[in-house]
Design a binder for this molecule. Structure first.
Ligand SMILES: Cc1cc2nc3c(=O)[nH]c(=O)nc-3n(C[C@H](O)[C@H](O)[C@H](O)COP(=O)(O)OP(=O)(O)OC[C@H]3O[C@@H](n4cnc5c(N)ncnc54)[C@H](O)[C@@H]3O)c2cc1C
Length: 480
């Protein structure tokens, strides 16, 4: 994926809203923590990859100006920034690669943008136990480059691999494209170092795999999206780098038949790294095929990979066998998002919504969400694929595109509400790997029911003034 080109914000914007409170700036200055108060830096840190923000950013518009950007270099400096923000009552938003797609990494107006990308060290690699300790701001390619000489991999390859960080993966509970073999990021996290709003640094977990030492405090911060604390270091379990790979592709007559085959494959214990099933619309769009295409790819130890492909062949015996060009096309295009910005610029509203549900619910859920999206006035197309599979269920990933007559934002909201209403009605999860941000707040509260109050209570305990990423997960008061 190409790095995102900086937007040429007009210099005149430098005169726009004054930078954060003088007291805060003075305190950060005394502690020699690098800060930026110029318009360009603040504008760049004002947005993430939330789709409605893409045309705004392209036009050089800033919806909410952060007051200041701080770029601490150590965990201790992160903790000091948080303590200073609390002292001066300034909201603070942790930022990694700002590749989040749910309006979670864009700070509130006047808030502090806490850029963590200077925490960019792989601190240690233990090739015997296959664990690494990594700073939160390390980007995907840098992590893999550090692990390669040890013959190891983190196995986490999201489509945003090049523009996202370890801290962001953990905070959003991300999933890589090879997650059916390697697991989601929460399955790889063994420990965390977390800075709290009162300036404390706490070490959580990392005493070995799966200890039985009380409730899982690591889990409290995994998926918290910067609302409970700031992750500064992560201990990750690793895998051996693949020595062998193999692939296959099949065409099913219906999406339901393909889902059934995927279920049988994983429930027999096979874990192909990639096991992705596309509906008719996506099979046509991606591969020019009529039917539902299944892409299978595995890597690792040769004996395990070949056995996995054997299971796939047996469970997909009723489907049409496709040649290698399908997998080659998938590999070539899997990280290409170049069409997104031009589509938004041309007035086409495009976005994706992912969910996860038990196998028994997936067929009807796919139909219901697609139908709900198609019923939104202005919708042109709604489609789905199954992207990450588990023994008990799988992730469904919906894509929609519309050309609304009126306000694109209103259409975007209506499409999301339609999709998530159907998801909540089915008892499925409101997100599988993109997180909640500010986009899914009402649906999160509804789907959690009374348990949402418990989350609010935890928030009040850890961040009584509601300064950590206000608005995200619906916590910390209204967006300021
Ligand atoms: C083109 C594209 C493709 C994508 N593909 C995938 C995919 O395949 N799989 C997937 O899972 N996601 C995907 N995403 C979404 C996004 O990349 C992930 O959510 C990613 O994990 C975010 O990481 P980041 O470093 O960019 O975090 P940011 O966007 O900077 O932050 C995301 C959230 O986490 C919080 N946060 C960040 N760092 C920390 C920290 N150290 N401590 C506490 N809170 C923190 C932020 O406050 C924010 O709420 C994609 C995004 C894009 C734009």
């Amino acid at each position: 994926m190409e790095p995102v080109a900086p937007v040429p914000y007009p210099e005149a914007l430098a005169a726009e809203p004054v930078a954060g409170p003088a007291g805060l700036l003075a305190e950060l200055g005394e502690r020699r923590i690098p800060v930026e108060t110029g318009a360009r830096e603040r504008a760049e840190h004002a947005r993430d990859w939330w789709p409605p923000a893409i045309p705004e950013a392209a036009a050089g518009r800033v919806a909410r100006w952060p007051g200041v950007v701080a770029r601490p270099r150590t965990s201790e400096e992160v903790a000091a920034v948080l303590a200073a923000c609390r002292h001066h009552g300034v909201p603070v938003t942790a930022q990694g690669g700002r590749s989040g797609v749910v309006d979670g990494a864009a700070p509130p107006a006047g808030g502090l943008a806490l850029d963590l990308t200077a925490l960019d060290h792989v601190l240690s690699v233990d090739p015997v136990s296959q664990v690494a300790r990594v700073e939160a701001g390390v980007f995907g390619p840098d992590l893999e480059r550090a692990l390669e000489p040890h013959g190891l991999t983190a196995g986490h390859f999201p489509q945003s691999f090049e523009i996202s960080t370890v801290g962001g993966w953990v905070s959003c509970r991300g999933a890589g494209q090879y997650s059916t073999r390697y697991g989601k990021i929460e399955e790889r996290v063994r420990g965390l170092r977390v800075a709290l709003i009162d300036g404390r640094l706490v070490e959580l977990g990392a005493h070995g795999p799966h200890p039985a030492t009380g409730p899982d405090l690591v889990g409290l911060f995994v998926g918290a999206e910067g609302t409970l604390g700031v992750v500064t270091e992560v201990t990750l379990a690793l895998s051996r780098r693949a020595r062998h790979d193999a692939s296959a592709a099949r065409l099913f007559a219906t999406f339901d038949e393909g889902l059934e085959a995927c279920r049988r494959v994983v429930q027999r214990g096979a874990r192909p790294a990639v096991l992705r099933l596309y509906d008719e619309a996506e099979s046509r769009r991606a591969f020019g095929l009529e039917g539902c295409a299944l892409v299978v790819l595995d890597e690792g130890d040769e004996a395990l990979v070949e056995a996995t492909l054997e299971v796939v062949a047996e469970e997909c015996a009723g489907a049409e066998r496709l040649d290698g060009s399908v997998v080659a096309t998938w590999l070539e295009r899997r990280n290409d998002v170049s069409a997104l910005a031009p589509l938004w610029a041309a007035g086409v509203v495009v976005d994706t919504v992912e969910t996860v549900a038990p196998w028994g619910a997936l067929g009807p859920l796919a139909r219901d969400v697609r139908a709900a999206l198609e019923a939104v006035p202005g919708m042109v197309v709604a489609s789905v694929h199954q992207s990450h599979a588990y023994e008990d269920g799988a992730c469904l990933y919906f894509t929609f595109a519309g050309r609304p007559e009126g306000d694109p934002r209103a259409f975007h909201r209506a499409a999301w509400d339609a999709a998530l209403d159907a998801v909540v009605a089915a008892g499925a999860a409101v997100s599988h790997h993109h997180g909640v941000g500010r986009q899914r707040v009402e649906h999160l509260a509804r789907s959690m029911g009374p348990a949402y109050e418990l989350l609010r209570e935890l928030k009040a305990l850890l961040d009584p003034e509601g300064l950590l990423n206000p608005g995200v997960l619906g916590l910390g008061g209204e967006l300021r």
